[in-house]
Design a protein around this ligand. Structure first.
Ligand code: C2E
Ligand code: MG
Ligand code: MG
Ligand code: MG
Length: 273
């Protein structure tokens, strides 16, 4: 009897797995067609100076509107694009994001946004085939964009690999003149030693630390420590997920110069930015 039941569970589990695998395949098939069918776009979120709230830059965030599925959140489709290789394929999603960012920077030239810096998110996978620096160089030239206006966000996990090829590409990107930012800082396992070894310009303090500021002594102490470290290493700081005036005031008092979050604006389409 127990055996029978066990078998039944097993079958149920397998059916469930198959359904999930099928769902994944369907989502991936739709995602493959998303870019050629014009279902992808970038939203832009403001980054502001905490002292006077002046606009310093923006982060570009990928959006997918599927006619069948509606808006699919990045946390759902980016991992799929990474696992499937769609993110780093030639002309794939990663290249598309970079090209759009360069086009936007080109459009901003000569206007009120000419001095802004635009940040694009990169997946670790985009460092796998080794052609990232060449792609970025080509796109900057094609669009006639000042490299200093472009910032590339990478995560700590990328730097943990101690991979020489990755390291070389980071330096090659730096040589182009683009800025490098470490996204979601504090959630990974990066060390002080690593921060000295990689050519990053900006630390983005993860939202999870900002959330508890002013309420949780530990969060305060951690942000204080990150600010101190950034100053020692001469890195710029951007706090993520700033939602309240209290958080902004706290960050400013601690010496963090830039904030990004709903308090300063949600991610919006280019025409609304
Ligand atoms: P991220 O790079 O850390 O982006 C910040 C996320 O926080 C965004 O979520 C943004 O909408 C959200 N956010 C901004 N301000 C606030 C706030 O005040 N409160 C709260 N609760 N959330 C806030 P989003 O757009 O859903 O993107 C999620 C993640 O997907 C991004 O995290 C990034 O890791 C990834 N992603 C987005 N676009 C791209 C892309 O073009 N390429 C790659 N590789 N990854 C991307
Ligand atoms: Mg980011
Ligand atoms: Mg982030
Ligand atoms: Mg984040």
């Amino acid at each position: 009897r127990a055996k029978e039941q066990g078998g039944g569970h097993h079958q149920f589990y397998r059916a469930d797995m198959n359904e999930r695998a099928l769902e994944r395949v369907q989502l991936l098939n739709r995602l493959r067609r998303a870019q050629p069918q014009g279902e992808l776009s970038l939203h832009y979120q403001a980054q502001r100076r905490l002292t006077d709230r002046s606009l310093l830059g923006a982060e570009a965030l990928l959006r997918w509107h599927s006619p069948q599925l509606g808006n699919v959140p990045p946390d759902r489709f980016i991992p799929l694009a990474e696992e499937s290789g769609l993110i780093d394929a030639e002309g794939g999603l990663g290249d598309w994001v970079l090209a759009r960012c360069c086009a936007t920077l080109a459009a901003w030239q000569g206007g009120p946004h000419a001095q802004l810096r635009l940040a694009a998110n990169l997946s670790a996978r985009q460092f796998r085939n080794g052609r990232l620096p060449a792609t970025v160089a080509r796109l900057l030239t094609e669009h006639g964009v000042n490299p200093q206006r472009l910032e590339l966000e990478v995560t700590e996990s990328l730097l943990l690999d101690h991979d020489q090829a990755t390291q070389q590409q980071l330096f090659a990107l730096k040589d182009l003149g683009v800025a490098l930012a470490l996204d979601d800082f504090g959630t990974g396992y990066s060390s002080l030693a690593m921060l000295r070894r990689v050519p990053v310009d900006v630390l983005k303090i993860d939202r999870s630390f900002v959330k508890d500021l002013g309420q949780d002594g530990e969060a305060d102490a951690l942000v204080r420590a990150i600010v101190g470290m950034a100053k020692a290493l001469k890195l710029q700081l951007v706090a993520e997920g700033v939602e309240t005036e209290a958080q902004a005031a706290f960050l400013n008092a601690l010496g963090c110069e830039t904030g990004q979050g709903w308090l300063f604006g949600r991610p919006v389409p280019l025409e609304d930015f």
